[in-house]
Design a protein around this ligand. Structure first.
Ligand code: HEC
Ligand code: HEC
Ligand code: HEC
Length: 355
């Protein structure tokens, strides 16, 4: 037995030394331009799939509706399509040279669940060129990417241009709103907010908001005190003239059509919360700060009238769960129930934008 053990030990030591020698020798070819051998590819791919499924198993996917998908669409074109391509757009040269190749997401996703996709986009995949987006993006923003890529199969190039807002961008445009800033990272605001500033879904309306609030908010994104993987890089890339010009454009826009729906009982409950608060839960009347009809003259407090309901409830949930921390709203949102968040958001979304 002792002899057998020493033979095995000898073999193991030999293998370890041989592997070390191989690693140091420089013989293994790491060129991305040389394909993996079948066995190495099998080992790496299996390792990857097992590792991802094992970790993503415990993640529960939220409901991923169209509103979430639309929030990420505009950024997908600039952050992901250069490697992965998109309907009507071939991937860029950088994507061509990667090994493993970045797959065409409209075709490749069958083997992944939504939770797997969330894990992949959040953490990235080592040694592949697929970046992790967790350092820059909130979890709800990463879910928005999942909602969007889930809808890529079957999306036509025309639909893609509509969803990403590219059809709203105007290369000949004169302003930062329609054309974007000098720095290409300063995307044209119209892609997502629309030139008329109506927003929609989880993208906020900017039209008619005070200059002071818009400017202050952009500075918060730029300084990283208000976190958003979508708005931070855009705000940081704007020069102060561009920032002011965009703010002037949106603050001076007249009211645009209202959005939002909701049943009469919900609207009524939301109206009561706005006017009187909820004394039993120590929640102050929203109107005391935001104004009686969701509009107020205090430039630092945003107008809520006509803001898309999905955006309002998204922000309230971010405060409630402690993701957004920067404001008196944190405590107020923490005390609101989920039903109250829905009711009050529907209520403000329906208020006319004009007094
Ligand atoms: C620098 C290039 C690059 C960028 C930018 C990039 N990816 Fe990837 N991505 C890759 C590569 C390479 C792979 C393949 C990894 C592999 O096969 O193991 C990949 C894999 C994936 C996968 C798994 C697909 C599959 O079928 O296995 C998803 C999902 C994904 N990326 C989503 C995204 C999203 C969403 C974005 C933008 C937020 C993005 N990627 C940005 C390079 C990139
Ligand atoms: C790729 C899409 C996209 C583009 C382009 C974009 N935004 Fe945004 N914007 C968003 C999203 C999504 C949010 C909500 C972020 C959050 O959750 O904090 C937002 C939020 C904002 C807010 C906060 C509004 C509020 O009520 O608090 C302001 C102000 C803003 N954007 C201004 C701009 C300006 C100005 C530009 C152009 C220079 C621009 N955005 C370009 C998607 C975009
Ligand atoms: C004490 C004053 C105060 C009260 C009361 C108040 N808010 Fe706010 N609210 C603010 C301020 C200030 C902001 C701007 C965010 C910040 O702090 O930067 C804000 C922002 C918001 C936003 C984000 C709007 C946007 O465009 O991003 C929502 C949604 C909101 N409040 C909803 C409510 C609701 C619903 C109530 C009542 C239940 C309420 N607020 C009560 C002061 C208040």
């Amino acid at each position: 037995v002792i002899r057998l053990a020493s033979v095995i030990l000898g073999v193991l030591v030999f293998l370890a030394l041989a592997s070390l020698a191989f690693i140091y020798s420089g013989l293994y070819n790491v060129a991305a331009t040389t394909p993996h051998t079948d066995i190495v590819w099998w080992a790496l791919d299996t390792l990857k799939v097992r590792a991802i499924k094992h970790r993503a198993n415990a993640i529960a996917a939220p409901r991923l509706d169209e509103e979430a998908a639309l929030r990420a669409a505009g950024q997908y074109h600039f952050a992901c399509a250069p490697c992965h391509g998109a309907p009507g757009f071939a991937r860029g040269q950088m994507g061509d040279g990667l090994n493993p190749e970045p797959p065409d997401l409209a075709r490749s996703l069958a083997r992944w669940s939504q939770s797997d996709l969330f894990w992949i986009v959040k953490h990235g995949i080592k040694f592949t060129g697929m970046p992790g987006w967790a350092p820059t993006h909130r979890d709800d923003e990463i879910w928005a990417f999942v909602a969007f890529i889930d809808r890529l199969p079957g999306m036509s190039p025309a639909q893609y241009r509509r969803w990403t807002g590219l059809s709203r961008q105007d290369a000949q445009g004169e302003t930062v709103v329609t054309r974007g800033g000098e720095d290409p990272a300063a995307l044209a605001c119209a892609i997502c907010h629309g030139a008329a500033g109506t927003g929609g879904g989880e993208i906020p309306r900017l039209a008619g908001q005070s200059r002071q609030y818009l400017l202050e908010t952009l500075r918060q994104y730029a300084g990283g005190t208000r976190r958003s993987g979508i708005m931070e890089p855009i705000s940081r890339a704007l020069t102060s003239e561009e920032m002011e010009s965009a703010v002037r454009h949106y603050a001076d826009l007249a009211a645009a059509p209202r959005v939002g729906s909701g049943d009469a009982a919900a609207l009524q409950r939301g109206g009561v919360i706005s006017a009187a608060g909820v004394p039993s839960q120590r929640i102050a009347a929203c109107a005391s700060c935001h104004g009686i009809a969701g509009r107020n003259a205090n430039g630092t407090v945003p107008n809520l009238a006509g803001q898309p309901a999905a955006y309002l409830s998204l922000q309230l949930r971010l405060w409630k769960t402690g993701v957004r921390t920067d404001s008196p709203m944190r405590e107020i949102a923490a005390r609101l129930t989920e039903q109250q968040i829905v009711d009050v958001s529907e209520y403000f979304a329906r208020l006319p934008q004009e007094m």
